[in-house]
Design a protein around this ligand. Structure first.
Ligand SMILES: [Zn+2]
Length: 119
């Protein structure tokens, strides 16, 4: 259902919007055991190489209704890219839930704005 080309397309579009063009960002669709428990995506990056990899859960393993998977996966991509854009901030590693909360709100707002503009 989801494919890497589609996800790479989202990455390209949102990368540009978030001014992350100087990064090389790869996309991988992975099974649930390749992600931390309870997550649907994650990102790893290397600052010196300006290289990042976003892993997105294979739709086979999704617990969401089929109709929600595409939008939720795009939301995950935006979410992970916002983490990347904040990666240089002096964030408090003992309070990662505060960062997580902010990233969730910003990504949801951006995606909602994007979808409302498409109409
Ligand atoms: Zn997050």
């Amino acid at each position: 259902m989801l494919n890497e080309a589609q996800i790479a397309g989202w990455v390209k579009r949102w990368q540009k919007r978030l001014s992350l063009d100087d990064w090389r960002i790869d996309v991988k669709i992975v099974r649930r055991w390749q992600l931390p428990k309870g997550t649907v995506a994650n990102i790893h990056w290397s600052f010196p190489r300006k290289q990042a990899t976003i892993k997105v859960l294979d739709s086979i393993d999704s617990t969401l209704p089929k109709s929600d998977i595409v939008r939720d996966s795009e939301l995950s991509v935006v979410h992970e890219l916002i983490h990347l854009s904040m990666a240089k901030l002096p964030l408090d590693s003992n309070n990662t839930e505060l960062e997580e909360e902010a990233v969730k709100k910003i990504s949801a707002a951006l995606l909602a704005l994007d979808k409302s503009e498409e109409k």
